[in-house]
Design a protein around this ligand. Structure first.
Ligand code: GH3
Ligand code: MG
Ligand code: MG
Ligand code: MG
Ligand code: MG
Length: 317
């Protein structure tokens, strides 16, 4: 535990009586703290918001709003944070103390307070404050790493594309939307042709590079915000295009085939071709109550099978 007494605090000192503020302010400064003074509850809240002190020493009885009100405003002003509020009051009954704590105070001291007690109480608050800061920073780290994990769990590490899990989630959403809005939905299942032979001749690492280039291209072709390129598994990819009709899908596929040709990734063992090619199965429909993710994928898979049977390097629907 660090020597918390050495930490210099910015203390907001709230009291309607100038003489109290002067005496307490001098004591706090003698302890090495910086002091900001407010003479009423409204000023206290305004100063708290603009100066963000490390601790608040708060009188209860003041003209206008009282210290309880100010404490409540301060708590509201920092829903995530926590600044220690110590009441220092001439109202010294048990009920007064209980009410002060109830209103958001962390401690309740009776006037007059000795400098020794005040210093000790502030030290206790510093300790809690530093624990609170540690907790906040741990919570922030946890939130950030959860967000990272969330992204990782929905993406494929090799290509960076959405993975099968992410695809399932999006497909489910887009299927519902298309059904509700009676809009067409296009799904294309793409498969790299003769990829086993590619791996066998060029090697698995080169195979990975090839998949990355294809994935990059697929990602680039999905220009509209709701289009999605996903790695379905192995050398298979899915393109999901909400709002795209049959003719739009065919137009896209032609363009994609041309771009894969332009990539001109040398394929040492493709039957009849010198470069890597893609085959694809396209399905477009306005989904109804019977359309499911499985039925869409199964239709695209059947079309892909036909594209392969017809000689590969083509898209079929
Ligand atoms: P077809 O034209 O009929 O699709 O033939 P194919 O050889 O592409 O299909 P097959 O299913 O026989 O082989 C797919 C190959 O893809 C086999 C597998 O090792 C390879 N593969 C799957 N995932 C990866 C990967 O992440 N990296 C590499 N390098 N290869 C992969
Ligand atoms: Mg007062
Ligand atoms: Mg395959
Ligand atoms: Mg293949
Ligand atoms: Mg195969």
């Amino acid at each position: 535990m660090p020597a918390v007494a050495d930490i210099r605090l910015k203390v907001l000192l709230v009291d309607d009586q100038l003489s109290h503020r002067a005496a307490l302010g001098a004591e706090l400064q003698a302890m090495g703290h910086d002091v900001v003074e407010a003479g009423n509850a409204e000023d206290a809240v305004a100063l708290f918001t603009s100066l963000r002190p490390d601790a608040v020493l708060m009188d209860v009885e003041m003209p206008g709003h009282n210290g309880h009100w100010a404490a409540q405003q301060i708590r509201r002003a920092e829903p995530e944070g926590w600044t220690p509020i110590l009441f220092l009051s001439g109202r010294v009954s048990d009920a007064d103390l209980a009410e002060g704590i109830e209103c958001g105070g962390d401690d309740y001291l009776f006037k007059p307070v000795s400098p020794v007690v005040l210093a000790a109480k502030l030290r206790a608050m510093q300790r809690l404050c530093s624990l609170h800061r540690q907790l906040t920073s741990l919570t922030d780290q946890l939130r950030a790493s959860n967000a990272d994990l969330q992204i990782q769990s929905l993406h494929d590490p090799l290509t960076g594309l959405t993975n099968r899990r992410g695809l399932d989630i999006r497909l489910d959403e887009e299927l519902r939307t298309a059904r509700r809005e009676r809009q067409p939905l296009t799904l294309i299942l793409c498969d790299v042709d003769n990829f086993k032979a590619y791996n066998d001749t060029a090697g698995h690492l080169q195979g990975d590079q090839c998949l990355m280039r294809i994935a990059q291209l697929l990602g680039e072709t999905c220009r509209r915000p709701r289009d999605l390129a996903a790695r379905f598994g192995g050398e298979e990819f899915v393109i999901l295009m909400p709002g795209t009709s049959h003719s739009g899908a065919m137009f896209y596929a032609k363009g994609l085939q041309r771009m894969v040709h332009q990539l001109a990734l040398p394929h040492p063992a493709s039957d009849g071709k010198t470069c890597v090619t893609l085959s694809g199965g396209i399905t477009t429909c306005v989904p109804d109550g019977t359309t499911t993710i499985e039925s869409l994928l199964s239709r695209a898979d059947a079309a892909l099978y036909t594209a392969k049977s017809l000689g590969r390097d083509r898209f079929f629907c």
